[in-house]
Design a protein around this ligand. Structure first.
Ligand code: ADP
Ligand code: ZN
Ligand code: ZN
Length: 722
């Protein structure tokens, strides 16, 4: 008998769609359906309770016999759709690998596996000393066969592979992965002897009778990874899986190597270098339970796991865990929800916890584990604040900083200079009349780039040739105003000609693989001076760096964004954590025009922990998150009045409700971008439950309104950026 079923489709509408179907597919199975003039892949949600009395179209094909998702994950996905008031169809699509979104079968296909031949297995490694790439690859292949994807992720050389094949030591075989692969738990290397704080942390997690979230707050170099490893070991020993979220996949080869050295279990990495097919295979491995450890960036939180035992979120404060467009979810928050649904512990690790997580730990909602000492020999760094007022500057470098750099270099050590502004200069100025080159489509100045001799708008991506003359007065006296990383690099090369300078930013690492190579060169001490944007601030380990300097972070001290202080505290502490990781004394230098600023004083004198508690207290006094719950509507349009009118219309739905404060419409921090005017409306609630209830009630109504059809608008629940 024909059924009427509800289907979630990847369209920007909160509602579901009814279709006729000859059978009732499983909830969570894919169906192919006609939609307008197109055919779409949607997800069956179940039988329609009250089918609409109109002519329905019929399902063309049922693609899956069973749900694609285990029950707990399905619950998390439907929770997320409701919490973020985002269309369920779009949420579910997010949670699928591209091939499944396109309707491919949820099954393995044959792939290539590389393994040693008999000759290769017997081959000694020593004769390959001159070909270290071949040596490393053969050594690994003698331990385990590698899939094509492993070769790429683990950064083995393709030519080394060819060479080994032509020598007859390695062969490529066709391999059909099987979903039921069992892995036995084996420790490949002995764990380190834990220090007392680490031991306490591992024991607390192991001894818990009820799984719960933990904040693992450990200063840089305190050995958080060792705590992860030993906490994981217990989970893996029981045959359960570990899901780990990391902020940036570029960091994972290091992590991956440490995991592989420790555990002899299959690790799946959801790496950006995977093909769509490999991504699907990895997803199937995780869902079947044949992957023991799954590592990925934020979207990995949607990976199904047959037998999940623990979730780790490394650098839980990192902003990349929040998706900033479309389905605006926070992967850390969903990790906590998922862990609760699956009844497993979740460990949120950071040297600089987000205020949300810190507050949860301080209130006792999360277990609070602290590592306050550096593991091994490293000593804490010394802090120096340089007052820049009235200082002559060379490309943003003050005299005292230049002499500190000189001393470190002379002692044979590395220095790392942090400047969060790429390009040569953040503006182009006419020296005669004061004209500044401005992007035509944004409220922003062009950045001067020497690399390609162009002006770049960092907001809309527009570029143009460097002008020779002022557009206002025709003068040729055009000069860069301010300092970017290109200029800093150039000046440092002039100041210290004997020492090679390496610049790491988005421009210098545009080519694939170049970041990994630069980082390796930096670690190998091929460069004494490292210059970079916040790309350099993340968990990279440079053992020879003793001096770290932040050149210009003053803008954050007086920002309109209430999160700016939190970010500055995190950035300062993360960057400072790069200094003196080995046995040498580290030095952290902060240049500022506001040395007396209380934030600066608190950070430098008392450290992040104290700073964060003070700032949290202020948030409490001002009733800002995490002591209130926000929802931000954004609207943009060709004309400012249209965006404002749309938000005023939205505001009218909330103005009458008690216990909501409505702020706006106000212009966004950058009002005009790429030719569109952007405004926002901030709602603040005292209770999370009230927010959910109100949004659930209002959003479906808004989506029906013709008044809102002409502008682009969106909702951001728990917004991070303004
Ligand atoms: P974090 O992730 O907290 O910055 P890591 O886990 O990378 O720190 O540890 C920093 C260094 O200290 C690493 O080289 C690690 O091998 C070492 N280490 C960690 N724990 C111990 C320990 N218990 N004993 C000796 N060395 C340790
Ligand atoms: Zn001019
Ligand atoms: Zn622009």
């Amino acid at each position: 008998m024909t059924q009427v079923i509800q289907v979630a489709l990847p369209v920007p509408l909160l509602r579901l769609f009814d279709y006729d179907c000859s059978t009732l597919p499983a909830r969570g199975a894919r169906v192919r359906v006609p939609f307008g003039k197109r055919v779409m892949v949607g997800i069956c949600i179940g039988a329609a309770e009250q089918p609409q009395p109109y002519q329905r179209k019929a399902v063309l094909e049922v693609l899956d016999e069973q749900s694609l998702w285990p029950e707990h994950l399905w619950q998390m996905l439907t929770f997320a759709a409701d919490y973020y008031q985002h269309p369920l169809g779009d949420v579910l699509q997010h949670a699928l690998p591209a091939l499944l979104r396109q309707g491919e079968g949820a099954s393995y296909q044959a792939t290539t596996l590389y393994q040693v031949t008999n000759a290769g297995a017997a081959q000694e490694l020593a004769p390959l000393q001159r070909a270290p790439q071949q040596q490393r690859l053969l050594a690994t292949l003698q331990q385990r066969a590698l899939l094509a994807r492993d070769i790429r992720i683990e950064e083995f050389s393709a030519s080394a592979l060819k060479a080994l094949q032509s020598k007859g030591w390695v062969e490529a075989v066709t391999h059909v992965p099987a979903a039921d692969t069992q892995w036995g738990f084996k420790i490949a290397a002995e764990p380190l002897q834990l220090n007392p704080e680490q031991a306490l942390a591992v024991a607390a997690i192991a001894a818990a009778t009820q799984p719960r979230p933990y904040l693992l707050e450990g200063i840089t170099g305190s050995g958080k990874t060792e705590v992860y490893l030993q906490a994981m070991a217990q989970v893996l020993r029981e045959g359960k899986q570990v899901l780990m979220l990391v902020p940036e996949i570029g960091l994972t080869p290091q992590t991956l190597r440490r995991f592989q050295q420790r555990f002899d279990v299959p690790v799946v990495m959801l790496h950006s270098a995977l093909t769509d097919r490999e991504r699907l295979d990895a997803w199937l491995d995780a869902r079947a339970g044949s992957a023991a450890i799954i590592i990925g960036t934020r979207s990995a939180i949607f990976t199904p796991c047959a037998n999940l035992g623990m979730i780790l979120v490394d650098e839980e404060h990192d902003n990349s865990l929040k998706q900033q467009d479309g389905f605006r979810y926070h992967a850390r928050d969903l990790a906590v929800v998922r862990a609760q649904l699956e009844q497993v512990p979740v460990i949120l690790g950071s040297a600089t916890p987000s205020f949300e997580t810190l507050n949860n730990a301080l209130q006792g909602r999360y277990g609070y584990l602290q590592l306050t000492e550096r593991a091994g020999l490293a000593k804490p760094a010394k802090h120096v604040v340089i007052d820049m007022k009235n200082q002559p500057l060379k490309a943003g470098l003050s005299k005292p900083l230049i002499s500190l750099i000189e001393q470190q270099l002379a002692a044979g050590q590395q220095v790392l200079l942090f400047l969060n502004r790429r390009g040569y200069a953040p503006a182009l100025l006419c020296h005669e009349c004061g004209w500044l080159a401005q992007c035509r489509r944004c409220d922003a100045y062009y950045t001067v780039h020497q690399g390609d001799k162009q002006l770049h708008c960092h907001h809309c991506g527009a570029t143009q040739r460097l002008p020779q003359q002022c557009h206002d007065c025709g003068s040729t006296q055009l000069v860069g105003r301010g300092v970017g990383t290109e200029q800093l690099e150039q000046t440092l090369t002039e100041l210290f000609p004997a020492y090679p300078v390496l610049r790491i930013d988005r421009d210098s690492t545009r080519h694939k693989g170049s970041l990994a190579k630069y980082l390796e060169d930096a670690r190998a001490n091929k460069y004494q001076i490292l210059v970079g944007t916040q790309m350099l601030a993340k968990g990279h380990h440079f053992p020879e760096v003793t001096l770290v300097a932040l050149l210009d972070v003053d803008a954050a001290l007086y920002s309109a964004d209430y999160r700016a202080a939190e970010r500055l505290g995190q950035l300062y502490t993360q960057v400072a954590g790069r200094a003196g990781r080995a046995s040498k004394q580290g030095l952290v230098v902060l240049q500022t025009h506001h040395p007396e600023h209380e934030l600066v004083q608190d950070l430098v004198n008392n450290g992040y922990g104290h700073f964060a508690r003070t700032a949290l207290h202020e948030r409490q006094l001002t009733q800002l998150p995490p002591f209130s719950y926000q929802a931000l509507f954004r609207a943009e349009a060709q004309h400012a009045t249209a965006a404002v009118a749309a938000l005023e219309f939205i505001a009218s739905y909330f103005n009458e409700i008690a216990d909501i404060s409505v702020l706006g419409p106000l212009p966004a921090l950058l009002e005009r971008r790429a030719g569109r005017h952007r405004f926002q409306l901030l709602l603040q609630f005292q209770q999370r439950g009230l927010r959910a209830q109100v949004l659930r009630h209002v959003l479906p109504q808004l989506e029906q309104r013709a008044e809102l059809r002409k502008v682009r608008w969106s909702l951001d629940v728990d917004p991070q950026d303004f």
